[in-house]
Design a binder for this molecule. Structure first.
Ligand SMILES: [Zn+2]
Length: 487
């Protein structure tokens, strides 16, 4: 595969060579959270997947502008303009101002993202901060004749649009099929076509979040914010647009339509979608009662969880599955990842104990297979499998059963650490990387040095006592000619 990056494009349904619109630069837009409740795990998976993708582009040397929006207005309960405003409903329930809800859950969301060690996007624009850009875009769509206004609400005219463009191109569906799957319009409906959707929604007397517009007081539809903010920060056409698979059929389909109608250009070169989550093989959902929040996963406080799992174990677990595959949660799988991560981090620590030799009995270039995997549509599970081959080698090297030259050892350390820390975005939660781990390590070293001193003055009672106490605490001590080793 070499150094070429291949990306699966939902639009063309195949892997394509990644060619940036502007050499050396990548523009990525990912649909962010709707901040009216705690972020759910499916969203976390999407953002962790795009964190890997962001980190890999940075590793490849690209200048990346990564935009991930915060939806803080305009998202109704039904994706097709039905039901109550999510924020107003929650505000009533919690007796708060809508913006208090937004603030509370935006901060909670950022906390969770930090806990998972995801990098902050370059720009995190909010819908409420871009009302004028959205109004401007709606005006342009109206001018082009792809929208109509009824009683202060502006609808996108899908039928008119479909005469020139393929509305269902993202999900590869014909207009007739889409119409079949949509309910007939009733007497109460204002819109003309079944697939038409709102760009601007007129405010009711009880609407809390509303803005003035050429069509009266109201608020933007959900889909227009991403088209308007994507265009503002990344241009009429940008490289990558991502999100969860559940956004393809409506949200992203409508985004394409809005942008095409307005700019007469395809807005995005590569569409990327992350797959869904299941729990013991059943699709994760609130209604099935099997959806856990990140904090429940960390504490183990959920009937389906045997115990809590650390944020890095969860992150590693997610990365052990390709972003386009369904990710199945089970205690067994989570515990497997937890152990795997510990082995990986232990190998990282062993790297510092390996002593260079005159010749290498291992082929250090072999670890580059991990990059081949990442170049193949960010295939993290295969890259991790390569790392585990090297965990084996590192253990053999640490035990002097294989040898390595100084130059090769440097390459191995650099490559191994670049992949686990910079690209996979993992942290050593127990080892030297963490403060607690650092302190523990120092204390154990101190105890073992005291033990060496005791042995030197032939105080075997004390030296044995120290070793036995450490063993009881789970620290295995191995004596070496030149000192000691511990695990
Ligand atoms: Zn969006």
């Amino acid at each position: 595969m070499g150094n070429t990056l291949f990306v699966y494009n939902t639009l063309t349904r195949k892997k394509e060579e990644f060619k940036p619109i502007s050499p050396g630069h990548v523009g990525i837009y990912v649909c962010g959270p709707t901040v009216y409740s705690d972020v759910h795990l499916g969203n976390c998976r999407t953002f962790i997947s795009f964190d890997l993708i962001y980190r890999y582009f940075l590793h490849l040397g690209y200048k990346v502008r990564y935009v991930r929006n915060i939806t803080d207005a305009g998202h109704l309960e039904g994706d097709r303009d039905e039901g109550d405003d999510k924020f107003a409903k929650k505000a009533k329930l919690e007796q708060l101002e809508p913006m208090e809800i937004v603030q509370k859950y935006t901060l909670a969301f950022r906390d969770v993202m930090r806990t998972f060690n995801t990098l902050s996007p370059s720009i995190e624009p909010t819908a409420t901060g871009h009302i004028s850009e959205q109004i401007e875009m709606i005006k342009q769509i109206l001018e082009q004749g792809y929208a109509y206004e009824i009683n202060g609400t502006v609808y996108f005219d899908v039928e008119k649009y479909s005469k020139e463009y393929s509305y269902g191109q993202l999900t590869n569906r014909k207009l007739e099929e889409l119409l079949e799957g949509t309910r007939e319009l009733g007497g109460q409906d204002e819109k003309r076509g079944r697939l038409d959707f709102a760009l601007w929604i007129t405010a009711k007397p009880e609407t809390l979040m509303k803005w003035p517009s050429p069509w009266g007081w109201g608020f933007p539809g959900w889909h227009i914010e991403c088209s308007a903010m994507g265009r503002k920060y990344l241009g009429d056409t940008f490289d990558i647009h991502g999100g969860g698979m559940d956004l393809q059929a409506t949200h992203h389909t409508n985004e394409i339509a809005q942008s095409q109608a307005c700019n007469h250009k395809a807005p995005v070169k590569y569409w990327m979608h992350t797959n869904m989550l299941t729990v013991n093989g059943v699709r994760m959902s609130k209604s099935a009662g099997n959806g856990f929040l990140p904090k429940e996963l960390f504490t183990g406080n959920h009937p389906l969880l045997e115990k809590g799992y650390s944020p890095m174990s969860v992150r590693f677990f997610m990365l052990q599955c390709h972003y386009r595959s369904t990710l199945d949660f089970s205690n067994e799988a989570l515990q497997g990842s937890e152990k795997g991560l510990q082995r990986l981090m232990a190998a990282n620590r062993f790297l510092d104990r390996i002593k260079p030799a005159d010749k290498s009995t291992v082929d250090v270039n072999d670890i580059n297979r991990a990059f081949d995997a990442l170049n193949d549509d960010f295939n993290s599970p295969v890259a991790i499998a390569v790392l585990f081959d090297w965990v084996r080698n590192i253990n053999l090297l640490a035990e002097n059963k294989e040898t390595i030259t100084e130059a090769d050892l440097k390459t191995l350390r650099d490559t191994f650490r670049t992949i686990i820390f910079n690209i996979l975005g993992l942290k050593d939660e127990q080892g030297e990387g963490s403060k607690q781990g650092e302190l523990t390590g120092k204390l154990i070293d101190m105890m073992l040095n005291m033990r060496l001193e005791a042995k030197a003055r032939k105080d075997f009672a004390t030296s044995d006592k120290i070793r036995d106490e450490l063993t009881r605490m789970g620290v295995t001590v191995r004596d070496r000619k030149d000192g000691f080793d511990w695990k």
